[in-house]
Design a binder for this molecule. Structure first.
Ligand code: PEP
Ligand code: MG
Length: 319
């Protein structure tokens, strides 16, 4: 018997264990059916606040059999998968980004530039032998150390931006200069495309907030929007690796330090009129949604399987 909720494989389960399992399974099915009603409707909290709920996209298959009407657009596209079989050329990338825009039918599409390194090594690109890859050359740091790879991605993104409401998001930003440099490189590529008669547009550039330094001094980052990456933010705040089972009790999304930082970023977003979203796994956990709403978050980006349960949790909050 495989208990996917607790991650346990039970060999030769007893009759008692089997019947308990069947009961839980039935309760789970009933819960999923009642949450499914929420999937196709906009998320509104019990106190009447409209909460944006977008989806996280990992690859083209994420979009299969998924109705764009069930969400408010794409809040995070992890482009890493494009790079797993070698470096994708500009056309391959452009076609994928165009597909996202077509699927979203006018709703916003946030595409994150390559976030390789840390838990996402890519052969031939990420460094070998880093002692501490989570604190190493990953995310935007890796893009800057491979500008020829970054510029191809930026060109494909700015061509796709001419087709619809595409927004670029930079991962692992640590200092304001990184945002400035990325924008300058983007501007150069847009100008060069346009001067050659190729349709391209300068999309808004937002940042992931996943490094504590950014959350603490968020007002220094003049980004078009902010998206809180709780997967990494929690591990850096609690000094507990996101992939460590032994440290799971310390890796706590509800720790006061994490929640204070989330609230701080949300307050900054409100004060400057820029969107603050949460795209880390915390947003996809219906048990944790209330902490985000209480911290002032009004935009979530979730794994598509969680659309019903998260919207249900939103509607139950503040009733
Ligand atoms: C995060 O860190 O929360 C995040 C969304 O990015 P990733 O999980 O891809 O590192
Ligand atoms: Mg991250």
């Amino acid at each position: 018997m495989l208990d996917a909720e607790s991650g346990r494989l039970i060999v030769n389960p007893s009759d008692v264990a089997t019947s308990q399992f069947q009961l839980r399974k039935r309760a789970r099915i009933a819960q999923t059916e009642s949450e499914a009603k929420y999937r196709s409707i906009p998320a509104v909290s019990g106190s009447g606040t409209r909460i944006t709920v977008q989806i996280n996209v990992e690859s083209e298959t994420t979009l299969e059999r998924l109705d764009p009407e069930s969400c408010d657009g794409i809040g995070l596209t992890r482009t890493e998968f494009l790079f797993h079989d070698g470096l994708p050329d500009e056309e391959v990338q452009y076609r994928f980004y165009r597909r996202l825009i077509e699927w979203a039918s006018g709703k916003p599409v946030v595409i994150r530039t390559l976030d390789a390194g840390g838990d996402k090594p890519i052969a031939g690109l990420t460094l070998l032998g880093e002692q501490n890859p989570f604190l190493g050359v990953r995310g935007i740091r890796l893009s800057f150390s491979n500008p020829e790879v970054f510029r191809v991605q930026v060109r494909a993104l700015s061509r796709a931006a001419a087709l619809g409401p595409l927004q670029i998001m930079l991962p692992m930003v640590t200092i304001p200069d990184e945002l400035k440099t990325a924008r300058e490189m983007l501007r150069e590529e847009v100008d060069s495309l346009v001067s050659r008669g190729i349709a391209a547009a300068m999309p808004p550039v937002g940042i992931m907030v996943e490094v504590p330094a950014v959350a603490i001094s968020i007002a220094r980052f003049d980004a078009a929007f902010y998206s809180i990456g709780t997967n990494d933010l929690i591990q850096y705040v609690t000094a507990s690796s996101r992939d460590s089972v032994a440290l799971a009790p310390l890796y706590d999304a509800t720790s006061p330090a994490v929640l204070e930082l989330i609230a701080r970023v949300a307050a900054h977003g409100r004060s400057v009129g820029r969107e603050v979203s949460v795209c880390g796994d915390m947003a996809s956990d219906p048990k944790l949604v209330r902490y985000l709403l209480e911290a002032g978050i009004t935009s979530l980006s979730v794994t598509p399987a969680a659309l019903g349960s998260v919207k249900h949790a939103v509607s139950a909050h503040g009733r």
